[in-house]
Ligand binder design. Sequence first.
Ligand code: HGY
Ligand code: MN
Ligand code: MN
Length: 409
Amino acid sequence: MTFGTLAQTRLREIARCSLAGAGVTRLPFTAEHASALAHIRDWMTAAGLQVHMDAAATLVGRLEGPEGGKTLLIGSHQDSVPNGGRYDGIMGVVLACLALEKLKIDNVRLPFAVDVLAFADEEGVRFPTALLGPRTLAGTFDSAVLNLEDPEGVTVGAALAAFGADPTQLVGLARDPTDILCYLEAHIEQGPVLETRNSPLGVVTGICGIERNRIVFTGETGHAGTVPMADRRDALVAASRFIVAVSEIAKQTNSIRATVGEISVHPNAVNAIPDRAALPLEVRSTSDAARANFSAQMREIGAQIASESGLSFQMEQTYKQPAVNCDPTLAKTLASAVKQAGHPLVRLPSGATHDASAMSDLCPIAMLFVRCTRGLSHHPDEHARTEDMNAAVDAIAGFLVSLKTEGTT
Ligand code: HGY
Ligand code: MN
Ligand code: MN
């Protein structure tokens, strides 16, 4: 059995730790998360790691290194989006464990310790926040997050405590940057580039920044049959014009990805004119300046659309994460490991954000992408090939060994 086959088998098994329905639905601090940790614990134990769950519900598998040596961090997230795929996040955990298992079989001893990390919550689906685990390790965690609630009114703090973690001990999780070598994350590409380039692996150059704004158009409701069209202050019509403008202008700016993924309408009745339309505008770019410019442009356009129809317009930033670069030296080492494993080298930016985005506040980061069939992700049909995951295990193991020989410890 190859490591790729083992990875595919393990990912098929852990995909069952999910709510019913298409694809995988595994949110943080839930029964599905708890059952997934049992599988991950087994993977870590098979790799010879000492396993514990930290106060942020990150499962940590530690391979001890020489006394006083540094620690290399490697991993990804266990959670999924609703009806997501079986590779996003969790693939990075299984590949990390298998790479260490490979080194154990090859009797390779590393001159540094390794912590494999299975973070609880990267997607930010259950709660209006994300990256809890990486932020506690990086010391950038904001304790106000503990009071944020899920749709059922459960706070992050209560969910952590009920899960057996400890919201009062999060501050103590911060790592000393001088003890850390780097953070490596393997992740399915979630896009079409590697498939188009016919390459199983890619070395990530940087991770996009992200900004989310809450937009509200407010007009006036009225009877759908009696108010003349010219007299209407229809919030949904204005919001629709705004959404089309977002798409058209984003298309004209090549480094921008802008999405309106939800909308709520009031009174939301078939025979009443909408007096309120609320929507999130998400903007991503590898350039923070381009992202800020685009948002400023949309603020102006939204205000103009509103004033033309006698409505009011509000736009408030609710989330921001800057673009981060992967460490060029680590990327070079990872590139050599990919070539050493006999695969072509493709370098590419990440349009998705990752745990590595937050880990970059703690230490230098490197990311390895694995080809994604049809570029499909956040989708039940997400798929990675067995042979590509096998290639990834080779490349990760090669990267760890080359860090040893390059003495970057
Ligand atoms: O939204 C993202 O890019 C990530 O999948 N959470
Ligand atoms: Mn992910
Ligand atoms: Mn995701």
